[in-house]
Design a protein around this ligand. Structure first.
Ligand SMILES: Cc1cc2nc3c(=O)[nH]c(=O)nc-3n(C[C@H](O)[C@H](O)[C@H](O)COP(=O)(O)O)c2cc1C
Length: 143
């Protein structure tokens, strides 16, 4: 039986990061997933980069960070549809109120939301926001 420490060996995880203060914790999550043997590709929103740096995410994942939908070089290497197919699972941590609402509505106006719409992989969201944002009727409705 595989031990707990090898349970993520070769699992392909797409880690989405959106623009909330808890984005600093994504760095630790990324490290832990890699330590468990997972292959991790990171897709961040533009706003997420206010909180974490591309250099940190690329150094820890060992992969090029993806942010823009219209990044021609990156799209040639692996298109957003291929990325959506590549993932065994998508984890978005943290998920902002904004991103949660966009996913619920099926919007696809950046790379991360487009991948969410195009994937058949299980999607795990880790909502993180101010308590009033969390309690807002629209947030509760979409959650
Ligand atoms: C300092 C700061 C911290 C923020 N923290 C959060 C947060 O924890 N959760 C959240 O939902 N939005 C937070 N926001 C607001 C989001 O950054 C904003 O809604 C943004 O448009 C989200 O973009 P994204 O969902 O595309 O990443 C914060 C904004 C600032 C300036």
């Amino acid at each position: 039986m595989p031990s707990a420490t090898t349970s993520l060996q070769h699992k392909k995880i797409l880690l989405g990061i959106s623009g909330g203060i808890a984005a600093y914790k994504s760095v630790l999550l990324l490290r832990l997933l890699r330590q468990q043997g997972a292959l991790v590709r990171v897709v961040a929103t533009r706003e997420a980069l206010q909180f974490v740096t591309p250099l940190t995410l690329e150094a820890l994942s060992g992969e090029r960070l993806r942010v823009d939908l219209f990044d021609h070089d990156a799209e040639r290497a692996m298109s957003h549809i291929e990325l959506a197919r590549w993932a065994d699972v998508i984890i978005i941590a943290p998920t902002t109120a904004n991103l949660m609402a966009k996913i619920a509505l099926g919007l696809a106006d950046d790379l991360l939301t487009t991948i969410c719409l195009a994937t058949t992989a299980p999607l795990f969201l880790a909502p993180a926001m101010n308590v009033m944002m969390w309690r807002a009727a629209t947030t509760q409705h979409y959650y």
